[in-house]
Design a protein around this ligand. Structure first.
Ligand code: SAJ
Length: 417
């Protein structure tokens, strides 16, 4: 059962989705409002870093089954993968991209079309926001169209694998819509396909990311408590995790990315009285400030300190800097330490996205290393060479990444989050 499918929004989810659908034999038209993305795709280039994605996209383009387009046209299925940012100020979802996608689809949808929203949205959005806009086409969202929410659950850095192997939750506005969408996903998903309604599917996605946020907040708070008691938090967590039913997550510099720091707020938006969800967000959001305090303490005796900030991306081995704790750390250091020079290093992040410099240059004459992202590339960091090129030997390790005995043996004052 191959189909003609439009994919709207060719970002971290839409592009791999389009590629995988093309590989499964469908005829895919990839659309994005950003003309540059379409032009680059036509030239065989992609704008994001994700293992295997460039090769898979080139293969899809070469097969002729993936066509980048700058206008939307008729298709059997339309899959919307646009971002849902949130307003930092009000902590509420910004549905403008989702609304714009529905408006763009209204003139092209036909009776019997499948319309799938994959973007993460507050529970109820597909039924109460997305479908009514589609109905400006004159078609009824339940009788004439098959409208579905199918949240993506892939882990950036492992997207292509997880897109095919994870289970998939498919929730339609009607059982028939659910069944149609299930059949489409079954053409490339090897995991189970779980059928439910649209609002439950939306809620499940938010609950999954909130679960992780709460667990990371727990780890961060445990680390702060351990510190206040003079206990090595990571040693304590490693021992606690030997218990068969304990799995404390890793403490760190805070939670970044476009999902986990945002999605729990979509639940709080609907239930302002939800205490655990809100507290978790607050604990994780406070971590960059804690890191900045550790750095300030480490360089308190240094005039106009030079800090090498290792890692700008929000987590290991990705190029994504959205909501990255590193950015908050850099901003807070700039606010709190007069005359500070911050040199960012990130081999994954293109310099046009964030100004970075090579590792060696950043360490030359520096006073403190702040290990913010645990990229594999930083495994090559040699304490002896760092010691030789730095002015003062201090380091703050937010990931428990540096080998403490090796760094202290080189005379480093090392603090670990
Ligand atoms: N982090 C910690 N400690 C940990 C684990 C993570 O501090 O023990 C930090 C990371 O460094 C990063 C942030 O949390 O800054 C989030 O990273 P992540 O790897 O936990 O998750 P994401 O945001 O890359 O992807 C999540 C995933 N959700 C879950 O695992 C429940 C992914 O499956 C979702 O598809 C994705 O959000 C999404 O798109 O919603």
């Amino acid at each position: 059962m191959t189909k003609t499918i439009s994919v709207l929004g060719l970002g971290y989810i839409g592009l791999p989705t389009a590629t995988i659908l093309a590989a499964a034999g469908h005829t895919v038209r990839g659309y994005d409002v950003n003309r540059k993305i379409i032009d680059r795709l036509r030239a065989g280039e992609i704008h994001i870093e994700e293992p295997g994605l460039l090769a898979a996209t080139r293969q899809a383009l070469a097969s002729g089954r993936l066509e980048p387009v700058d206008t939307l046209g008729p298709a059997d299925a339309h899959i919307v993968c646009v971002p849902t940012p949130f307003s930092e100020h009000t902590k509420t979802a910004d549905l403008s991209y989702v609304e714009a996608a529905a408006k763009a689809l209204a003139p092209v949808v036909r009776r019997g079309d499948l319309v799938i929203l994959e973007s993460t949205v507050p529970a109820g959005t597909t039924a109460n926001v997305f479908a009514p806009i589609l109905e400006t086409s004159g078609l009824d969202a339940k009788r004439d169209l098959h409208v579905v929410h199918c949240p993506e659950t892939v882990l950036p850095g492992n997207t292509l694998h997880e897109m095919a192997s994870n289970h998939r939750v498919v929730g339609g506005l009607t059982p028939q819509a659910t069944a149609y969408a299930s059949a489409l996903y079954a053409t490339f998903v090897k995991g189970h396909i779980i059928e439910t309604d649209a609002t439950t599917a939306e809620f499940v996605k938010l609950a999954e990311n909130a679960f992780r946020d709460v667990n990371i907040a727990f780890a961060n708070e445990i680390a702060l408590v351990a510190r206040s008691l003079g206990i090595d938090a990571r040693e304590a967590i490693a021992i606690a995790n030997l218990h068969p039913r304990v799995r404390i997550h890793a403490p760190g510099p805070g939670v970044g990315g476009h999902c986990i720091p945002v999605d729990p707020w979509f639940l709080v938006e609907a239930a302002p009285w939800a205490r655990v969800l809100r507290a978790a967000r607050e604990v994780n959001d406070a971590m960059p400030s804690h890191v900045a305090n550790l750095v300030a303490a480490a360089v308190r005796d240094v005039d106009r300190p030079v800090v090498a900030l290792l890692g700008v991306a929000y987590k290991a081995n990705v190029d994504d800097i959205r909501e990255s704790p590193s950015l908050a750390i850099a901003r807070l250091l700039g606010e709190r330490i007069a005359g500070i020079e911050i040199r960012a290093v990130d081999p994954h992040v293109p310099v046009e996205r964030w100004p970075t410099m090579p590792l060696e240059a950043a360490l030359e004459g520096a006073d403190c290393i702040v290990l913010a992202t645990d990229h594999d590339a930083f495994r090559r960091l040699d304490p002896r060479r760092a010691a030789a090129s730095m002015r003062t030997r201090r380091a703050v390790d937010t990931r428990g990444f540096l080998d403490r005995p090796a760094w202290t043996a080189e005379g480093f004052g090392l603090d670990v989050v």
